[in-house]
Design a protein around this ligand. Structure first.
Ligand SMILES: Nc1ncnc2c1ncn2[C@@H]1O[C@H](COP(=O)(O)OP(=O)(O)O)[C@@H](O)[C@H]1O
Ligand SMILES: [Mg+2]
Length: 152
């Protein structure tokens, strides 16, 4: 654990892909600190390991070495449920290919993670999708029924 006020601290992160003797190191000893409100762009040629680093930080993949601290809490990569909780409640990701559910409307796409995240008042699809609609309005977006390619 660290005592600083960084939003994100990455220390000595390592990740290789491959099996047995055929290991290809991708990340070796990556250190990174991001403060509150700081905007950071990660740049490098294709294949440099940008996606691998983001996947390891966000718990989509597991690093082989090093540590990641988010909001003062070290990420525990051993327990899948902790990674699910991290991705659901503590991180937001905008993917290059959006990963929207094509058969759902815009409102339903926004409401779905709210619904999965649970609600002390219990399951109520109408209420969750209304929350989805409010979230869309707050983001300054219109609410077309289905998103066109360009509006994603
Ligand atoms: N799941 C995987 N299995 C094996 N090799 C992988 C995997 N993911 C990425 N790699 C390899 O790791 C290296 C870094 O990839 P990546 O993190 O996607 O780079 P970037 O996002 O910077 O283009 C590349 O050589 C890629 O082929
Ligand atoms: Mg990439």
């Amino acid at each position: 654990m660290n005592g600083n006020n960084q939003t994100l601290t990455v220390e000595a992160l390592g990740k290789s892909y491959g099996m047995g003797a055929k290991q290809v190191p991708v990340l070796h000893g990556v250190d990174l600190a991001v403060g509150p409100g700081e905007f950071v762009a990660l740049m490098g040629p294709s294949g440099a390991g940008k996606t691998t680093l983001l996947n390891c930080i966000s718990g989509i993949d597991r690093p082989d070495a090093g540590s990641v601290v988010i909001g003062g809490e070290e990420v525990d990569y051993q327990v899948e449920a902790n990674l699910t909780e991290l991705r659901r409640h503590r991180l937001g990701m905008v993917f290059q290919f959006f990963n929207l559910v094509a058969t759902l409307t815009v409102r339903e796409n926004v409401g779905l993670p709210l619904l999965i995240a649970g609600d002390p008042e219990g399951f109520n699809a109408g209420r969750h999708f209304r929350r989805g609609r409010r979230t869309i309005r707050r983001a300054g977006l219109a609410d077309p029924f289905h998103p066109s390619q360009g509006r994603r």
